[in-house]
Design a protein around this ligand. Structure first.
Ligand SMILES: N[C@@H](CCC(=O)N[C@@H](CS)C(=O)NCC(=O)O)C(=O)O
Length: 206
């Protein structure tokens, strides 16, 4: 059994979509970030970062194993099951590369854009413009890639697609003006959005 500690955000959906794709049994605990529930001592005991998503795998030798962070969770589960991450070689390198691009370049650009445009009480034009331009660059990077390959890291659906899909379906649709100017992301998102596991993952937590 796996415990999923999560929130209804793009990062949370990355983990729930992966668990649904794998068909692994899991229990969900939802947290209210506005209430600071992510900083409860029992969660900090599992990961001192105090952020979500986080899983605890009970189906391991020894103590239950906590793993924090969407990219780490997806790589861990991919390696545990042998799915959505090629075992060796060029194909694996490209999936790992795109996992990094989505997690370290694309997702933080959209997080910053959201913070400065939506969350911030005082609007700071320099910061808003910085993140707007960064998002415009990153969405083009992804669209150009998907002009050349069916999925993000090549011809096979992988953890890179699972990490990127919630960003496209939620954040990129919100900014900059939905996916109209990015036909290759739109084509890819339509295909991935039809997967039943993806649709189920987007309903977690209920
Ligand atoms: N790099 C992490 C980021 C996780 C993250 O930013 N989680 C947010 C919710 S989407 C969170 O828990 N925020 C609460 C806080 O920072 O206090 C991932 O990819 O999972």
């Amino acid at each position: 059994m796996i415990d999923l500690h999560t929130v209804p955000t793009a990062n949370g959906y990355k983990a729930s979509i992966m668990l649904e794709e794998l068909g692994l049994p899991y229990r969900v605990t939802a947290y209210d970030l506005l209430e600071g529930e992510n900083l409860k001592p029992e969660l900090l005991a599992l990961s001192r970062v105090g952020r979500l998503p986080l899983i605890v795998d009970h189906d391991v030798a020894g103590e239950p194993l906590p793993v924090y962070g969407s990219a780490a969770i997806l790589q861990y589960l991919a390696e545990k099951t042998g799915r959505f991450l090629p075992a060796t070689g060029r194909e694996r390198a490209k999936v790992i590369e795109w996992t990094g691009i989505v997690s370290s370049d694309i997702s933080p650009a959209y997080s910053g854009q959201f913070v400065f445009n939506v969350v911030a009480q005082e609007k700071q034009p320099w910061a808003m413009s910085f993140y707007d331009r960064l998002c415009s660059r990153m969405i083009k990077v992804m669209d150009d890639q998907l002009a050349t390959t069916r999925f993000l890291a090549g011809s096979e659906y992988s953890i890179a697609d699972i990490l990127a899909y919630p960003v496209a379906a939620i954040s990129m649709k919100r900014f900059p003006g939905n996916l109209d100017g990015h036909p290759h992301i739109a084509r890819w998102a339509t295909e991935i959005g039809l997967r039943p596991a993806v649709q189920r993952g987007l309903t977690v937590p209920a």
